[in-house]
Design a protein around this ligand. Sequence first.
Ligand SMILES: Nc1ncnc2c1ncn2[C@@H]1O[C@H](COP(=O)(O)OP(=O)(O)OP(=O)(O)O)[C@@H](O)[C@H]1O
Length: 305
Amino acid sequence: MTAAITADVIRKRYGDVQAVDGVSLTVETGEFYGILGPNGAGKTTTLEILEGIREPDEGRVELLGMAPWPRNTKLLPRIGVQFQASAFFVKLTARETIRTFASFYGVGPKRADAMLERVGLADSASVLTDQMSGGQAQRLSIACALAHDPELVFLDEPTTGLDPQARRNLWDLLRDINSEGRTVVLTTHYLDEAEVLCDRVSVMDHGKVLRTGAPAALVREIDDTVRVSVESGLLTADSARALFTAAGAEITNLEDDGVSLAVSTRAPAPVLSVLAEQGALRGLEVRGATLEDVFLQLTGREYRA
Ligand SMILES: Nc1ncnc2c1ncn2[C@@H]1O[C@H](COP(=O)(O)OP(=O)(O)OP(=O)(O)O)[C@@H](O)[C@H]1O
């Protein structure tokens, strides 16, 4: 595979904030690549530098074999950048909006209308953009990014603010866009989204990439931590910890949020035995490690989107 994007130790500072602090990554052609991290991690700034719309203070980027900065107009027909829905022109319908965007690239109305259909908006073509639901607006902004049939698409938190059903519908669309052969780079603060969609993810925090890999591989790397949870109120956190330790179970995390008492451990058998002996199995759930546990292990703190 050839690299669609390489970034080599890029940095960007805003005043006192080191937003991007030495990020290096490689996106392969055809890959679905995720940049994952909590708010303020530096995802958007990194994405904008990769796109060539922001200048890095240091470091080097190659996008489709070219330097994206200073602004490289040769790249524009080859990449699609999803802009935020708030940037739509007011008083235009969905159809007028996509036709306008398509015309910037010399793309005619026929293909623009076909893109509306492609993202499931054919029936909403006459709706004014300011009257669209969040999911419709996101679909329209993705359609606009795809109107000129780019080979590489950048999406910045495309499902933020959507309800679960609208998110899942959008996931299907994003998978289709990628399976047609396009490289997709997306930022997200949703761990489940990265896990479900991405071939590989870079986990970011405080401007740095902490780890890069396939979600399943990252999860495997952190050993086989299992998370066991039961209803809150059956055992206090302190007594649970003492009982688990006495039973020989090493606990990597234990917390009670008032709804569930949750324990992360590599030794689920003694934990389950203790819970059974204490009659504390109500609401029992057992699950393997997720990207949330990867983040916890990398940073020592819970993931807060
Ligand atoms: N134009 C700017 N001027 C000053 N500070 C900025 C600017 N853009 C971002 N920052 C700061 O840089 C840091 C990284 O921001 P960035 O938007 O890249 O992170 P993010 O991971 O995309 O966060 P979010 O998920 O909230 O969008 C944050 O502390 C943010 O407040």
